[in-house]
Design a protein around this ligand. Sequence first.
Ligand SMILES: C[S@@+](CC[C@H](N)C(=O)[O-])C[C@H]1O[C@@H](n2cnc3c(N)ncnc32)[C@H](O)[C@@H]1O
Length: 312
Amino acid sequence: MSRTDDDTWDITESVGATALSVARARAVETDAEHPLYTDPYAHYFVEAAVEAGWRSPFLDHGGERAKAMAAYIASRTKFFDDFFTTAGANGIDQAVILAAGLDTRAWRLPWIDASTVYEIDQPKVLEFKDRVLAKHHAQPAVRYAAVAVDLRHDWPMALRQAGFDPSTPTAWSAEGLLPYLPAVAQDALFEQIDALSARGSHLSVEAFGEVFYSAEQLDRRQKRVAEARRAAAEAGGSGPARSEAESPMSEPDVTGLWYMEARTDVAQWLTEHGWEVSAIAAADLMARYRRPAPADLEDPVPDTVLLDARKI
Ligand SMILES: C[S@@+](CC[C@H](N)C(=O)[O-])C[C@H]1O[C@@H](n2cnc3c(N)ncnc32)[C@H](O)[C@@H]1O
């Protein structure tokens, strides 16, 4: 699967399907005996997608690697949940969730009075989300605005047109997004966030490190995917034809959706532009939440750091 500058997708296609994989992981965590959070809507999205013919390539095969990834997504979700709750506790009543996918924080978090949450993603992704939530009569816990626009386009204008006020501090998040953007679009994104952020704004980012984008790690990952597919084929997996990224009965090969390019160091860039940044590595975050990655696995979790920044 290759990407193009202006590609678009529905929820079961290309980058859209990655939002379903995250929802699937959140549904699993919600059903855990002692979940880090509960996302009662995650199952609805998965069910609706399965009804539409999607078969989750993620977690289906169990195994240590799938469990490690589920633990990572659970920890990451909790990190961003806590980020927004803390921003609210600091009086911030405007939030922008970039590449929101099937994130349901606007429905399930305790927002402070008169808050507004703007969610940005591609039109078909937000349409699917709206359809499923409406079917289940879900009501946002906050004033909510869906902003259907591509983050490689003029999203600041769309955001302003939806009512966003750049003169008031904002809580921003970029979770599960950056590898899907070309490096130049990532740079533009942070320049635009900075330009729209009043002093006192908060920003949370899942930032990907050099190892994540390295040819060596990509090679290891692709070999594992090929191996898992061979094993699935030998076990007799079959199903309707699908795109490679969401091929049933196989490991998801999201690597074809990523832009494997050298990146600006986000923490450093923010620091140089007047943000106070704290960072925690994925493995440390998981340990903090008692969801540690298995020590004996090669590349158990993505090479990421979770950033919590404040514009001073
Ligand atoms: C891995 S999912 C993460 C979704 C969500 N942040 C979460 O953690 O649940 C990636 C999301 O990024 C969105 N996305 C990626 N590139 C985008 C772009 N150029 N414009 C808008 N949305 C984009 C996809 O549509 C998808 O919903």
